[in-house]
Design a binder for this molecule. Structure first.
Ligand code: ADP
Length: 538
């Protein structure tokens, strides 16, 4: 007996088995999806056709070659119809063809199927060349037209859908088209042309491989976004194959002890395998959940960023609209105070002073809003120039003198007479120093506020040290965040919105410097300071 199995038969059997595995895998992946169902039926029919086609060219079946050739034509027609249907639907879950058209196409295909097995299509079989060849009659014509139409048009349909598709669907269609083009290209170049023009048909035995390429590509495209499932399937397959081997082993046992032993191994493999599959499934589910959450988070994050930008934009517009009337109010109040509209009595003077102060407070607030929107929109510009730090500090002290005296505090600035030259954006540094001293006044009930400038690490430090409410260590990390107000302000009736230090930090960082806050604890005073490097980043 000859045990040698020709390579074309091995190829055929392997391809059929793989096609069947793929078809069940795809169906199991999502049995509700129309694409997966079409794929399942298509892969089954392709397998049947492969077997019929393989048998029709097999020497061993020469006697029945007539039957096999007819069978191969019979199954080729629905196979091509399924290419056409798949091209309309894949990779969507809903069926994409009208029921009417489908019924019509099925009717034509069934007609062609039966016509091609009638004596009008295949009249006889030519066995002269060794490989059976059909002798065809007119009845084969409808089959030819149908087959050409159903193999060419799917590519056209897929291409036009590909052009309109977006995201994942576009990628999936690309893979399906690639598989179909490769398969049809190979069939035309190695099977169709050689057999039509040169009478050469040795490549026909490679057909199973070509269909396998197409089915593998399509499988990959269909389950692409659920790739994790491959792990579950692989582990399930492994367990099934192992269990089968163990079961065969058990039945093949030659002794009772061997049988018991093999049965024990079989049971162990089944139960351990079950556990393995379960844990893989759990893992896959967890991963899918994490991936889903990450995706949701990413979307939420994007939305938040969008909202933040809208808010900054709104803040910028609103602040600009507010700034002008506030400046106008300030101008008129000053004019009234200076007597430009006639004399004012003491009572009115007092009211005007209040209006002026409240207005000033509002102007600072609006300026901070404007600063924040500029920083966040990346519009903050720095003009670095040589400047005298002492002059700047003295200016701020004069500006805040009324507030200091109103609270009976004292400001000490040791280096009043010295000239301390630095290169910086004077407007921004003035803003920071103003905020530090203003806060020191706001958060100090009695005592002194010291301002100390030093040379450090080649640059300059400025410290504003007060004897005020101080703070806990945990709190200060947040002081430089946007809209943060310290817990230490709760008991205090101090106005503020928590923007000042955030803007200060941004300005100092814009200079390439550092900013800090220190305190020995609540009610033990605080130190707010910054360090500027000698030549700031331009
Ligand atoms: P605001 O003063 O409007 O609350 P800031 O951004 O200027 O906002 O300050 C943020 C927080 O830092 C304040 O709410 C306060 O808790 C704390 N802080 C600032 N300066 C001092 C200071 N000199 N002493 C104690 N705490 C301070």
């Amino acid at each position: 007996m000859d045990f040698f199995i020709p390579i074309r038969i091995v190829l055929l059997i392997v391809a059929v088995i793989f096609n069947l595995i793929l078809s069940f895998f795809v169906l199991k992946n999502n049995a509700r999806s129309a694409t997966n169902r079409i794929f399942f039926v298509m892969a089954l029919i392709i397998s049947v056709w492969l077997l019929a086609n393989g048998a029709s060219i097999e020497e061993k079946f020469l006697d029945s070659s007539h039957f096999w050739i007819r069978a191969s034509f019979f199954w080729a027609a629905p196979m091509t119809l399924l290419f056409f249907i798949l091209a309309h639907t894949a990779p969507k879950e809903q069926f994409q063809m009208s029921k009417k058209l489908l019924r019509f196409l099925i009717a034509i295909t069934v007609f062609v199927m039966f016509l091609s097995i009638s004596p009008f299509a295949i009249i006889d079989v030519d066995l002269q060349s060794g490989i059976p060849k059909p002798v065809t009659g007119w009845g084969i014509l409808p089959f030819g037209i149908l087959a050409i139409f159903f193999t060419v048009s799917p590519i056209v349909i897929l291409f036009s859908r590909f052009k309109r598709a977006v995201d994942i669907e576009k990628k999936q269609l690309k893979i399906i088209i690639s598989g179909m083009v490769i398969m049809q290209g190979l069939i035309i170049s190695t099977v169709f042309i050689p057999s039509m023009f040169y009478g050469e048909s040795s490549f026909v035995s490679l057909m199973p491989l070509y269909t396998l390429v197409f089915l593998s590509f399509t499988t990959y495209a269909i389950i692409r976004h659920g790739l994790f499932d491959i792990k579950v399937l692989t582990s399930q397959l492994l367990v099934i194959v192992l269990s089968l081997i163990m079961l065969i082993n058990f039945f093949a046992s030659k002794s009772v002890i061997g049988g018991v032993f093999n049965f024990f191994i079989f049971i162990s493999v089944v139960s351990m395998g079950g556990l393995l599959v379960k844990s893989v499934m759990r893992e896959v589910k967890r991963r899918e959940e994490v991936a889903h959450l990450a995706h949701k988070l990413e979307r939420a994050n994007l939305r938040l960023k969008e909202l933040d930008e809208i808010k900054t934009e709104f803040m910028s517009i609103a602040s600009h609209q507010l700034r002008t009337p506030l400046t106008v109010i300030k101008g008129f109040v000053s004019l009234i105070q200076e007597g430009a509209y006639g004399k004012t009595n003491e009572k009115i003077k007092e009211v005007l002073k209040n209006i002026y102060e409240t207005n000033e407070h509002l102007i600072h607030l609006v300026d901070d809003f404007l600063n924040i929107s500029r920083i966040e929109q990346g519009r903050a510009k720095y003009e670095f120039k040589k400047m005298d730090l002492t002059e700047l500090i003295n200016g701020v002290i004069v500006e805040l003198a009324i507030k200091v005296s109103a609270k009976n505090l004292k400001i000490i600035f040791g280096q009043q007479g010295e000239k301390i030259e630095i290169v910086a954006d004077s407007e921004k540094i003035r803003h920071v120093i103003y905020n530090f001293i203003d806060n020191a006044i706001k958060y100090t009930e009695k005592g002194v506020i010291k301002i100390i400038v030093d040379k450090e690490d080649g640059g300059h430090t400025l410290r504003v040290i007060d004897t005020g409410i101080g703070f806990d260590k945990i709190d200060h990390a947040n002081f430089f965040q946007k809209f943060y107000r310290g817990k230490n302000t709760k008991r205090l009736d101090a106005q503020g919105v928590g923007m000042g230090l955030y803007v200060c930090r941004k300005f100092i960082e814009g200079h390439g410097g550092k900013i800090w806050a220190k305190s020995k604890g609540p009610q033990k005073g605080s130190e707010f300071g910054f360090w500027l490097k000698p030549k700031p980043a331009s």
